[in-house]
Design a protein around this ligand. Sequence first.
Ligand SMILES: Cc1cc2nc3c(=O)[nH]c(=O)nc-3n(C[C@H](O)[C@H](O)[C@H](O)COP(=O)(O)OP(=O)(O)OC[C@H]3O[C@@H](n4cnc5c(N)ncnc54)[C@H](O)[C@@H]3O)c2cc1C
Length: 413
Amino acid sequence: MDFAYSPYTEEMRQKLQSFMEAYIQPRIREHNNETQAGQFPVSFMEDLKALAREEGLWNMFLPGLKDDEPGTRLTNLEYAPLAEIMGRVPWSSEVFNCNAPDTGNMELLHMFATPQQREQWLVPLMNGEIRSAFAMTEPDVASSDATNITTSMQRKGDEYVINGRKWFITNATHPNCKVLIVMGKTDPNADRHKQQSMIIVPKDTPGVEIIRNPTVLNHHAPEGHAEILFTNVRVPVNNLLGEEGGGFALAQARLGPGRIHHCMRSIGAAELALELMIDRAQERKTFGKHLSEQGVIREWIAKSRIEIEQARLLTIKTAWMIDNVGAKAARKEISMIKVVAPSLHTRVADRAIQLHGAMGLTPDTPLADHYTWGRALRFADGPDEVHLQSIAKMELRQSNRGASEIYLTPPER
Ligand SMILES: Cc1cc2nc3c(=O)[nH]c(=O)nc-3n(C[C@H](O)[C@H](O)[C@H](O)COP(=O)(O)OP(=O)(O)OC[C@H]3O[C@@H](n4cnc5c(N)ncnc54)[C@H](O)[C@@H]3O)c2cc1C
């Protein structure tokens, strides 16, 4: 077992790190100012995207690119440390065309789009010319169980007619968001997992109405986690993605690698929070001592380091498994890290906030944003409890390992 990065990964890490230092870090303040003033997308985004593409730091998340598709050809294992670097500045992933939910949508289109759908939607997405959203969650039903969703998709002649209400649809208020992949029910009478389909809906189709963009823990995201109403939205049957009744399977396929991209970025965010914690602990004094000399603070620092290392190892093991045995066989690992990483993200950010005193709650540090996003990730792509349930199911299924027969020594009767 080799824990070192491969020479190629190391080369890409250094390239990305240099790009972050030259172009991203100097613009953090400007990005904050512009988004807080309601200017979105920020003025420099398109220029930075062009630069990143020129530098070969483009579409790094997608293994298995075809020859004519733009981007690097990294494995999930090679991508993990790069996503970690991007996780320190959450908006930076858009610069490299590696931001959710576009990444998950590109993966879906890459796997299932028809040639016409590829041309119309995948190509501009991979070129970073447009943005997209994925619409599954509904306010009226428990959407962590995707079989509950109620949005109806009725076939009428050569069209589907879509009616329903979605919310928490990330990216939907981004001015460049041109397309939604919507999950609904094409046949409510079919088997439970065959009722759903996914349909590509251009955002400007009549009947698509953005109702509001709710804040998340009172944090306003300009790209949106929007509530959207679909009223008699008509799209051609050619907009069906994959097969009719195949939506549930597509949703499973979409969430595999995408879930661990979030985890990789969470580890980067936790690493940054620890660094900020250490800097502050060494400069701030209370009761005649630096904070770094207080036992409780040392314990936070040590625990944060241990927990980050644990999570990183599980993340890269999961990435390795996705590369080598596929996302389906790595289901348990994906669920495990999906529970571990967002909690780590909030826990380390929370310690760092506490150590910074009241300042930790202000926009003068990135900690409040990191805390908010880590907390949100405990829901996005499935809440903790659903993943815990899947892990337990898989463990129980593998039971009957015979341990009790070997290791228990009950009294003889
Ligand atoms: C910031 C953010 C961005 C998001 N982006 C998107 C997006 O782009 N597109 C999209 O479609 N959705 C998106 N979501 C929605 C997210 O996927 C859902 O919130 C999530 O799947 C849970 O669904 P729900 O909110 O309906 O909760 P419910 O299904 O109502 O569940 C509520 C709670 O019940 C508990 N629970 C559920 N099942 C079990 C169980 N089996 N055992 C024990 N307890 C259980 C859990 O604690 C859970 O949190 C986003 C959410 C957030 C916060």
